[in-house]
Design a protein around this ligand. Structure first.
Ligand code: 13P
Length: 250
């Protein structure tokens, strides 16, 4: 199974900057990429991504989707709308959504279900805060967050991607060590194995200050199947270097 490298642009970019970044990525694309790669852009740019990336090896996705199918939900974007722009992925439950927009485990699970129903792969984000880690609650927290999604999507669990993003490592430059990340990934893998016979085909990504200097070591851990990259995905040379650090038979 190829590694999966996903760039999360967060609330960054603009028409001109996006075109320049995507152009640089496609010009620098490795001859033998050992990874599947996607970028998740702000909603208004999904049409631009569809236009510029169709027929290229670079897939695209959204950073969120509504928990509602349609109707009077001002400012929301439904999963069906994301499908209109051929999104392959949608992040759900990013810690910035949980933290700044009060998204509960239940809301995240419903979003994952809506995204799956639209034929899009949800990238379900889980992760503990620093206080939770220091209190020895890491395992409990990530298992609770994932359990909610497994419970809601049922037999579709094998169709999701999971991203472990320790909140204390996001945008801080402080990365989980490969051993710390692998330990949590193994816990998540075991939980997925208990839920589905197809857990081996579910990719579990690591996210949190992944960069060209630490990517190779993280990506060679047995249960780390890729990366979810914030800051470094905005710089073409750094993102390409992370893609190139995927082991060829990962
Ligand atoms: P950074 O790579 O900037 O730490 O962001 C990680 C992240 O939140 C990706 O979703």
């Amino acid at each position: 199974m190829n590694k999966l490298i996903v760039g999360n642009w967060k609330m960054n970019g603009g028409l001109a900057d996006n075109a320049a970044l995507l152009g640089a990525l496609l010009r620098g694309w490795p001859d033998r990429a050992a990874a599947d790669v996607a970028v998740c852009a702000p909603m208004p740019y999904l049409a631009q991504l569809q236009q510029l990336l169709q027929g290229t090896p670079l897939a695209w996705g959204a950073q969120d989707a509504s928990a509602h199918p349609h109707g009077a939900y001002t400012g929301e974007t439904s999963a069906a709308m994301l499908r209109d722009f051929a999104c392959r992925y949608a992040l759900v439950g990013h810690s910035e959504r949980r933290r700044y927009h009060g998204e509960s485990d239940d809301t995240v699970a419903t979003k994952a279900q809506r995204v799956l129903a639209a034929g899009i792969t949800p990238i379900v984000c889980v992760g503990e805060t620093l206080a939770e880690r220091e209190a020895g609650r890491t395992e409990l927290v990530v298992k609770r967050q994932l359990a909610s999604v497994i419970h809601t999507v049922g037999h579709c669990t094998s169709e999701i991607v999971v991203a472990y993003e320790p909140v204390w490592a996001i945008g801080t430059g402080q990365t989980a060590t490969p051993a710390q990340a692998q330990a949590v990934h193994a816990v998540l893998r075991a939980q997925l194995q208990a839920a589905t016979a197809h857990a081996d085909r579910i990719r579990i990504l690591y996210g949190g200050s992944m960069n060209p200097a630490n990517a190779a070591e993280l990506l060679c851990q047995p249960d780390i199947d890729g990366g979810l990259i914030g800051g470094a995905s905005l710089k073409s040379d750094e993102f390409l270097s992370i893609i190139a650090s995927c082991p060829v038979h990962g």
